[in-house]
Design a protein around this ligand. Sequence first.
Ligand code: FES
Length: 254
Amino acid sequence: PKLIVKATVVRHTNLTSQVKQLVLQAPDIAEQTVPGQFVHIRVADCYEPLLRRPISISNVDRANGTIYLIYRVVGRGTQLLARLKPGDLLNCMGPLGNGFTLQGERPLLVGGGMGLAPLVYLAATLCPNPVTVLMGGRTEQEMFWTGIFKSLCENLHITTDDGSLGQRGITLDLLPELLKSKSFDMIYTCGPSRMMAGVVNYAATYEIPCQVSLEEYMACGVGACLSCTCEATNGPRKKTCTEGPVFWSGEVVL
Ligand code: FES
C-alpha cells in the first residue's frame, strides 16, 4: 500500500557543497520499502512549488524506523528541501515504484554519479552475497560514495573523469576487464543513460541478466499524468513511476 505520511527530519548533512543526505523518521515506509523504490516529497505546509520531488531511497534502518535519501540541490524544489532542519516535518508519499528483482549469487552493481543512491540499499540487501560495485563520478570530491559502499562490500572499482580517485576515465572503460575476469550472474545499473546503455550492451554480450533504474522527470508519481514515460522496446511507452523506475534491460530503450 502507498502511504502519505508526515516524516520528521532526523539528520540533514552535507556530503558535498551540492549533495545532501536526509534521514527521515518514517517507520511505515521503512518497514515496507524494497531496494529501487522512491519517495515523492514536498516541504510540509509549503505549496510553492506545488509539485513533489521524487527521490530514491538510498538506505533504510528498520530498527530505528528511518529512511535515507541522498539528493543533489538542482532547482527550486530541492533548494527548499535543503533548508530543512532536524525536527522539521516533510509530507512524504511512498514507497513508490517497482524495485529491483533480487536474484543471482554474484551480482555486479554499476553506478554513475547520483545513480549510485539506490544501489546503496541494494548492496546492503544483497549482502552477504559477494557484491561487486563499479562506480564512477567526476572527481574524488564527488565520490563520497566510496565511504558509504566500503562498509557494505569489499569489491569496489572506481573511476573518475579527472583521475583524482581510482582509474581515470569512465565506468565503461573498466567494465569489459571486470566481466572477463569474474563471472557475474546479475547486473544492476543506475546512472546517466549513456552509461546504462553501454552496460546493457555488455550484459547482452556476456549473456548476463540486467536491470536498469531510470531517472525520468516525474509529476504525480502514481501513474496519472504520463509525464514520466519512457520508450519501450515493444508496445506503448512505459510509465517510469509505476512500471519502473526499475526495468529489465530488454524492456526499455535507453
Ligand atoms: Fe505521473 Fe508517472 S509521474 S504518470
